[in-house]
Design a protein around this ligand. Structure first.
Ligand code: SAH
Length: 217
């Protein structure tokens, strides 16, 4: 991707961000390469550019946040999907996580329940050269007509694992989902090992905005 709004200075800041993420333990080169390419500052209001390459979550309006780069790296790594495989993302938000996955060569289907965020991401990402498929709707229901998916990534904190999403995983597919009430969630990976058999692992504590039911205009 070539974008005149992405300068050498931004690229230098991203390089340092990626070094920091590496130090925190992410060794997945495809993930690190994608984060070093996606211009995170373009996903935020231009007055907040100095925060774009700090390893922090940041407000994006409508009461939502762009995930912390380290968290994006952990979730992208845990998905363990191959080139050209299909991933459903629940919670488009700014579209940053979706762009990182597209940069990794993944076919991304992303769904958002807040109309304003959906419209903004749908306009902005193609301008940057990223073409996931955008949907406005309730991620609790997933996208049954587009499944089954090789991976599902949920980027909001889920009080419990949504049943409808489990059934949209292919056998062998993985769902990466922060599970827990309110302000603190456990990063959980569910693998569908057979038609009716799922295996669960956990990977530490994270903080997400809550996953909510239904849609909002
Ligand atoms: N992936 C985003 C992070 C966004 S924060 C990024 O990279 O910027 C979580 C997002 O999940 C919010 O935009 C919120 O509106 C959305 N969300 C919460 N519950 C949802 C649901 N049931 N369906 C779809 N999106 C949901």
């Amino acid at each position: 991707m070539v974008d005149s709004r992405d300068t050498l200075r931004h690229q230098g800041m991203r390089k340092r961000l990626v070094e920091g993420i590496k130090i925190k333990g992410i060794r997945n080169q495809r993930v690190l390469d994608a984060i070093s390419k996606v211009p995170r500052h373009l996903f935020m209001d231009s007055s907040f550019i100095q925060f774009a390459y700090k390893d922090q979550a940041f407000p994006i309006g409508s009461g939502q946040t762009i995930s912390q780069p380290y968290t994006v790296a952990v979730q992208s790594h845990l998905l363990q999907v191959e080139l050209n495989e299909k991933v459903l993302e629940v919670g488009t938000g700014s579209g940053y996580q979706a762009a990182v996955l597209v940069e990794m060569g993944i076919k991304v289907f992303t769904i958002e329940r807040q109309r304003e965020l959906y419209l903004k991401a749908q306009q902005m990402l193609p301008e940057m050269g990223y073409f996931p498929k955008f949907f406005y709707g309730d991620g609790y229901k997933g996208l049954p007509t587009y499944g089954p998916f090789d991976g599902i990534i949920v980027t909001a904190g889920a009080p419990a694992i949504p049943k409808d999403l489990l059934s949209q995983l292919r056998i062998g597919g993985r769902m990466v989902i922060p599970v827990g009430q309110s302000q603190k969630q456990t990063m959980t990976v569910i693998t569908r090992v057979a038609e009716d058999d799922y295996k669960k692992e956990t990977h530490g504590t994270f903080v997400f905005v809550p996953m909510l039911k239904g849609t909002e205009k």
